[in-house]
Design a protein around this ligand. Structure first.
Ligand SMILES: Cc1ncc(C[n+]2csc(CCOP(=O)(O)OP(=O)(O)O)c2C)c(N)n1
Length: 279
């Protein structure tokens, strides 16, 4: 990846974090930690890898994305708005009565392919989308983003088994491996690690990446697209709350909110990152 492209993607990720945080702040609620850990993943998908058109969000041969960890709607909606699916101004209605932008992703929002909220379902749905694409020769890909706590759900492994068995090579999953779930550290709740070996055992091509390195994520997607007979799981090693010092590596901001002082500090840190990446 060229240095200039990398800088632009990193700048976009920083802007997405800031937009997501402002959106949560205006609403007074929303999930910061899991949104921030996956900012680079959605940046690479929406600003580089995916075949999508914000002007024609339902085009038949588009790549599909299922945000299975649907509570991370703030980062998804911030990304969609910044990519041009709807005005950034509309984010001010997030979590308000009568808004289409509810706390978990909803399919009627342009750019959203599946409603989320009940964890564990997204890989099955993305598998169906990928198989539909293959059966209809669309030449497209279906992506699913899951949390590492989420993959404790049994349905994930049913989908994993089917995708491996049926060699669904146009299915590309991400596990946002931030090591923290709602109740605490994965190792204390019910540890799904080693995640890579488990998916390999189910017949998947597995790639481990630093989930905050846009180049590694983009390369992994390219690699996944070369797979002829296996679905690919990209295990993204991330930090919950990445990008703001006080948010990082804690479950305090899973759904919890910063104090006014912490919010101001967070915006300042993000502004500094944005300024450093702007030319
Ligand atoms: C079936 C189901 N059970 C419980 C919840 C409540 N819940 C929302 S987020 C969450 C933790 C998810 O952890 P993880 O997948 O690691 O997400 P991340 O840390 O990336 O936010 C839980 C238990 C839910 N949404 N769905």
């Amino acid at each position: 990846m060229l240095t200039e492209e990398k800088r632009k993607l990193e700048l976009e990720a920083a802007n997405i974090r800031k937009t997501a945080l402002e959106t949560i702040h205006t609403a007074g609620s929303g999930h910061i930690g899991g949104s921030f850990s996956m900012a680079e993943i959605v940046t690479v998908l929406f600003f580089k890898a995916m075949n999508i058109d914000p002007k024609d969000p339902d085009k038949k041969d588009r790549d599909r994305l299922v945000l299975s960890k649907g509570h991370c709607s703030p980062v998804m909606y911030a990304t969609l708005a910044r990519r041009g699916f709807f005005p950034v101004e509309h984010l001010k209605t997030f979590r308000k009565i009568d808004s289409d932008l509810s706390g978990h992703v909803e399919i009627h929002v342009p750019g959203v392919d599946m409603s989320g909220g009940s964890l564990g379902q997204g890989l099955s749905v993305a598998l169906g989308m990928a198989m539909y694409g293959k059966c209809n020769n669309l030449g497209n890909y279906a992506y699913a983003i899951m949390g590492d706590g989420e993959i404790q759900e049994g349905q994930i492994w049913e989908a994993a088994m089917a995708a491996g068995f049926f060699k669904v090579n146009n299915l590309i999953g991400f596990v946002d491996n931030n090591q923290i779930q709602l109740d605490g550290r994965l190792t204390e709740v019910m540890d799904p690690n080693p995640i890579d070996e488990k998916f390999r055992a189910f017949g998947w091509n597995v790639i481990n990446v630093n989930g905050h390195d846009v180049e590694e994520i983009a390369d992994a997607i390219e690699e996944a697209k070369k797979s002829k007979d296996k679905p690919t799981m990209i295990v993204a090693h991330t930090v919950k709350g990445k990008g703001v010092s006080v948010f990082e590596d804690t479950n305090r901001f899973h759904g919890g909110q910063p104090t006014p002082e912490e919010y101001d500090l967070a915006i300042k840190e993000l502004d500094d990152q944005i300024a450093a990446l702007e030319v």
